[in-house]
Design a binder for this molecule. Structure first.
Ligand SMILES: Nc1ncnc2c1ncn2[C@@H]1O[C@H](COP(=O)(O)OP(=O)(O)OP(=O)(O)O)[C@@H](O)[C@H]1O
Ligand SMILES: [Mg+2]
Length: 253
């Protein structure tokens, strides 16, 4: 059954858009039908990640009912489908909230996985994405402030009766000063979908206007996002053998 996921977070800048782009691209690489929608109406970013910052028709037009939904879907060279949002300043309108929910339902007729890149926090923009989704993915960084704010997002989603699919921990530097995975899991009480390390390949991908899973498939971040997508599909990779790990370490896998 088709599903709508909202990629959200308590704090801003945790890595939501990067996660939406790469989970979407990784699902697509698994030959799944995906549409990534930029629901960050006031400060949209998806178009920038895919080299389409300004498009003639965007989600803003769909929300205004001035175009058909299909006209706002763009296909990136990698095959990933996106619905960008207009870069010109947009204010969220009351009716947009209902319209986005309808749009998300319509997209389920077209695609298997609909990924909503959301705004951070508990404001109306973030709430709109959560309300329009079937499941929520929370993106957090491994520090107390980010995790505490994630807890608020999770509470809000649960109060709305939404399933929290899990947490993606991003920008992990594997430092002692960071919160441990166990502590994050204990505090948030939702499954950890994956841990994405701090990786320069992410900014490089942004410059190349493509997902890191395409620009540097062997980078640690790309592998983490591919594992997360596999988990979402229930195709978890088996525990890797020592031989595989050695090959990976010397860059042969
Ligand atoms: N794993 C990572 N390693 C290195 N840099 C990263 C990583 N993930 C994200 N970044 C960088 O962090 C910055 C913020 O990421 P991103 O735009 O995805 O966050 P966001 O949560 O969508 O932000 P906002 O709340 O403003 O929408 C970007 O410059 C991005 O390239
Ligand atoms: Mg963003």
């Amino acid at each position: 059954m088709a599903k709508v996921y909202a990629i959200t977070s308590g704090k801003g800048g945790t890595g939501k858009t990067t996660t939406a782009v790469n989970i979407g691209a990784a699902l697509n690489k698994f030959k799944e039908d995906v549409v990534i929608v930029d629901t960050n109406v006031m400060t949209p970013n998806i178009g920038l990640h895919f080299g389409a910052p300004a498009v003639p028709i965007s989600l803003s037009h769909v929300l205004d009912n001035s175009v058909k939904l299909e006209e706002a879907i763009y296909e990136h060279d990698s095959g990933t489908k996106i619905i960008p949002c207009s870069l010109s300043y947009n204010k969220l309108k009351e009716e947009d909230k209902k319209t986005l929910k309808k749009v998300a339902e319509e997209l389920k007729e077209i695609s298997e996985h609909i990924i909503l890149d959301s705004a951070a926090g508990l404001g109306e923009e973030a709430e709109m994405a959560i309300d329009s989704a079937d499941e929520i993915v929370v993106v957090t960084n491994p520090n107390t402030l980010s995790v505490t704010d994630s807890l608020k997002t999770i509470k809000m989603a649960k109060e709305k009766g939404k399933e929290v699919r899990g947490v993606v921990i991003t920008r992990s530097k594997n430092k002692k000063s960071e919160m441990s995975i166990d502590d994050i899991e204990d505090m948030l009480e939702v499954p950890i979908l994956g841990i994405v390390p701090e990786d320069e390949a992410i900014d490089e991908a942004l410059n190349k206007k493509n997902a890191v899973i395409h620009t540097r498939a062997k980078s640690k971040a790309a592998k983490a996002y591919q594992d997360i997508a596999a988990k979402i599909l229930g195709k978890e990779r088996k525990e890797r053998s020592l031989f595989y790990k050695v090959l990976e370490r010397v860059g042969l896998r």
